[in-house]
Ligand binder design. Structure first.
Ligand code: NAI
Length: 420
């Protein structure tokens, strides 16, 4: 079996951590035991490009137990947990190509290594795998692929652009857009784990700090909510008037980034956009400001622009590079090279929310395999039944019950739907 991980001797630590996460993933466990019996993915070759974390390991086990042959690489050079990668290889026999801190060349070499398995299905997070597969040298590979799934907002945007340009080579289900994914994973998962990443990297006190969140989408909302809960004064920056209004009514101060720059102590971007914080903002920041990103790519902070303003940065803590602005001597602390702070400096989302995201992944793969002959080369939503089933099972596993509509209520509501 071919693989490329940092050190296979880390496997036993990885196994313990994978089992720890599994305990908080009851929906995925249930799907796994169904998959074990029915083998719905029998023989399917899956190339997966996901953050190599304990939760992803449990998804890989589920797919394998469902009969698939799985090949895994990282969807970000800094998010790999090396002990998990080792456990996947050694204990679970899953060819894994991922090393924390790998350079860009190695990152793409690893993506190409999983594509060498000639996949029939892709499972992506950010669309780097699908993008590479559609490059001219490999384009004909798309003919063998029956479908795929996409995990994150940025990936879905990229795939929809490919669909619009008529270059998408096979159908892809946008797992991100399922309610049981983004309402929980993007909001509560990113919210908690981004704060966790900032604290682990810096040990900063949030209480009383001015905490600037750029982008009030699902990830931004969650981050703002959790920072507020820890006593920070949250400021939101937005470009969308509706989202800005929502932030105001949620009780946050809203202003342009140019105005927030001299006020903020901690800045986090969560937009999916490029150059949200730029040199003209860095120069106005306080001495010892902290800047980080939790959006998918490391382009939200203009790091080349920051470098131009400063001398050589100093690594002052494991995930902190300190830049000193020549003009005013202010130190700006960049976390995790501007990559996803929650997955680089902390462990990513808690297993409890990834349970639902990855239940969607497993069920979406099963759905595509069953229906691919009827699907076009488009981006599809997760079928509503999968979404509501996952919500129902999740509630059940939490020991919670809800009311059921009575016959009279059903009739009453149906009469409104019919307009009678
Ligand atoms: P979203 O589309 O719900 O929200 C993005 C928000 O940013 C929108 O309200 C938009 O108006 C705003 N925005 C765009 N450009 C801006 C600018 N220049 N300044 C201020 N605001 C701006 O997206 P969502 O789901 O919140 O995802 C955001 C990013 O986070 C994406 O790249 C996504 O892939 C990534 N993500 C990261 C996760 C993690 O683990 N760190 C988990 C899930 C998603």
């Amino acid at each position: 079996m071919k693989y490329d991980v940092k050190d296979v001797s880390l496997a036993s630590k990885g196994v313990d951590r994978i089992e720890w996460a599994e305990a908080s993933m009851p929906v995925l466990r249930r799907i796994r035991s169904q998959f074990e019996k029915k083998k719905p993915l029998e023989g399917l070759r899956i190339a997966a490009c996901l953050h190599v974390t304990t939760e992803t390991a449990n998804l890989m086990r589920t797919l394998k137990d469902g009969g698939a042959q799985v090949f895994l690489c990282a969807s970000n050079p800094l998010s790999t947990q090396d002990d998990v990668a080792a456990a996947l290889v050694k204990k679970f026999g899953i060819p894994t190509f991922a090393i924390k801190g790998e350079d860009n060349r190695t990152y793409y070499r690893h993506i190409n290594a999983v594509l060498d398995a000639r996949p029939q299905f892709t499972m992506d997070d950010g669309a780097d795998l699908v993008g590479t597969l559609h490059k001219s040298r490999k384009k004909q590979m798309a003919d063998d692929v029956i479908g795929g799934t996409e995990e994150t907002t940025t990936g879905v945007i990229r795939l929809k652009a490919m669909e619009a340009a008529r270059v998408l080579g096979y159908p892809i289900v946008a797992v991100n857009d399922a309610d049981t994914k983004h309402l929980f994973d993007n909001r509560y998962g990113t919210g908690q784990s981004s704060i966790d990443g900032i604290i682990r990297a810096t040990n900063v006190l949030l209480a009383g700090s001015n905490f600037v969140v750029c982008g009030y989408g699902w990830c931004g909302r969650g981050t703002a909510m959790r920072a507020e809960g820890m006593g920070a004064n949250v400021i939101v920056t937005e470009v969308d008037p509706l989202r800005a209004l929502e932030a105001v009514m949620d009780g946050f101060r809203v202003m342009p980034i140019a105005q927030a720059a001299p006020i903020g102590d901690i800045f986090i971007t969560a937009t999916g956009d490029i150059n949200v914080i730029r040199p003209e903002h860095f120069v106005r920041m306080k001495d010892m400001a902290i800047i980080c990103n939790t959006g998918h790519f490391n382009v939200e902070l203009d790091i080349p622009g920051l470098k131009n303003l400063c001398g050589k940065p100093r690594r002052v803590r494991e995930f902190v590079e300190q830049f000193t602005i020549k003009r005013n001597g202010h130190r700006i602390n960049l976390l995790a090279d501007g990559r996803l702070v929650n997955l680089s400096a902390a462990e990513g989302h808690p297993a409890c929310v990834m349970d639902m995201s990855f239940a969607n992944q497993a069920k979406a793969a099963q759905f595509v395999l069953k229906n691919y002959k009827k699907l076009e080369n488009k981006v599809y939503a997760v079928p509503e039944k999968i979404d509501t089933d996952i919500a129902r099972i999740k509630l059940k596993t939490m020991g919670l019950k809800i009311d059921k509509l009575t016959a009279e209520q059903k009739e009453y509501l149906a009469s409104w739907e019919l307009g009678t």
